[in-house]
Ligand binder design. Structure first.
Ligand SMILES: Cc1cc2nc3c(=O)[nH]c(=O)nc-3n(C[C@H](O)[C@H](O)[C@H](O)COP(=O)(O)OP(=O)(O)OC[C@H]3O[C@@H](n4cnc5c(N)ncnc54)[C@H](O)[C@@H]3O)c2cc1C
Ligand code: FES
Length: 320
């Protein structure tokens, strides 16, 4: 479908947040799904569409526009008194309205993403979606632990919005906390995001997660922000602490394959549930070309292959 650019913001030296007016796609989308974007308007190359995760839903509402979780005329950054009631409305709706579009968070790495970075307000964009199998929020008594490597943070903000809608935890402690609030006073029981990158410029969306009430652990390989090293290092120790407090972490991860491998290893070690979103080069995006096949259960005989575009990109961690 042909959509229109509402806004294209540069948020770091290499990353952009693109807002597209596409109510039809937004109404059907759920976290972890992606869109295939045509990046060759008016030219022969690049021939193939490029896959991008749906980063967030976007609303227009009377006095202005905002994305989910962002300050709005209704929320001012905090759930309004009627927030619980509005959560009961149909999936994909908020503030009594259907979303008007989606946001894409992308890093410029080549010709296609450079083209997206050049798009100005009002430009037309041809996309297909929502595609693929996304994250499932199925366990009611779990403590969500999100893990992102670099631009892998993109789909996790949409997931964080949904986690926030399904659970409540106080942004600030109140004078007379309810039993549920007391439980969430334990910092380990709050939702967490483990965010890693090569350098400080790769660490995106911190404020957005914090506004949703997530606690953050940050690491960079060069030590320019947070702890020096890989994000998987503090993760294992943290999960052990959670388990020893009787909490049940559930992992949701997106990022480079070596990080996903390590997260799956940790999940296996502590017998944890979770889901991982995989990035694979894609040609068709709809299951026809077999170009995105991965072996999901390593070492199985015969091997278990799945198409990332249709059976994924999100897979259960136990089979990864
Ligand atoms: C399901 C899915 C969701 C994605 N979501 C996002 C997102 O939200 N934000 C984002 O910035 N990127 C995302 N990607 C990766 C994105 O599709 C690629 O960065 C993009 O296609 C690069 O296009 P290009 O023409 O700019 O680069 P190209 O010229 O095609 O390639 C430039 C460099 O990037 C590498 N590259 C290209 N595609 C991939 C890929 N899929 N995985 C790993 N390396 C790749 C190439 O090997 C090459 O080194 C996602 C990929 C998948 C499969
Ligand atoms: S990209 Fe064609 S089958 Fe997945």
């Amino acid at each position: 479908m042909i959509t229109e650019v509402v806004e294209n913001c540069q948020i770091s030296s290499q990353a952009f947040r693109l807002t597209l007016d596409c109510a039809e796609i937004a109404a059907k989308a759920y976290p972890g799904q992606f869109v295939m974007i045509r990046v060759n308007q008016g030219r022969a190359a690049p021939l193939l569409r490029r896959p991008f995760s749906i980063h967030r839903l976007w609303w227009t509402c009377g006095a202005g526009s905002h994305s989910q979780g962002q300050s709005s005329p209704f929320s001012q950054g905090q759930p309004s008194p009627g927030y619980q009631d509005r959560q009961q409305s149909s999936p994909g709706s908020r503030y009594g309205q259907q979303p008007s579009g989606i946001q894409i968070l992308f890093r410029v790495v080549g010709e296609g993403t450079a083209y997206l970075a050049s798009l100005a307000k009002g430009a037309k964009v041809d996309l297909i979606g929502p595609l693929g199998h996304g994250f499932e929020l199925k366990e009611p008594d779990y403590c969500p632990v999100l893990i992102a490597g670099g631009i892998g943070v993109a789909p996790l903000l949409f997931l964080a919005d949904r986690i926030k809608e399904k659970n409540s935890w106080p942004a600030v402690a109140t004078a007379n906390p309810s039993a549920a609030e007391k439980k969430s006073d334990n910092p380990l029981a709050r939702p967490w995001l483990f965010l890693g990158g090569k350098t400080a410029g790769d660490i995106l969306c911190r404020d957005e997660f914090q506004r949703l009430g997530f606690s953050l652990a940050i690491s960079t390989e060069d030590g320019s922000l947070g702890q020096k090293g890989l994000i998987s290092e503090p993760l294992a120790a943290f999960l052990e602490q959670m388990i020893s407090c009787g909490l049940k972490p559930s992992l949701f991860a997106c990022g480079p394959i070596p990080l996903m491998d390590r997260v799956a290893e940790i999940a296996w070690q502590y017998r944890l549930s979770g889901q991982v979103s995989l990035e694979q080069r894609m040609a068709c995006g709809v299951g026809a070309c077999m170009g995105c096949v991965v072996e999901v259960v390593r070492g199985k005989n015969p091997p278990d292959y799945k198409r990332v575009c249709t059976e994924g990109p999100v897979f259960d961690i136990s089979g990864f």
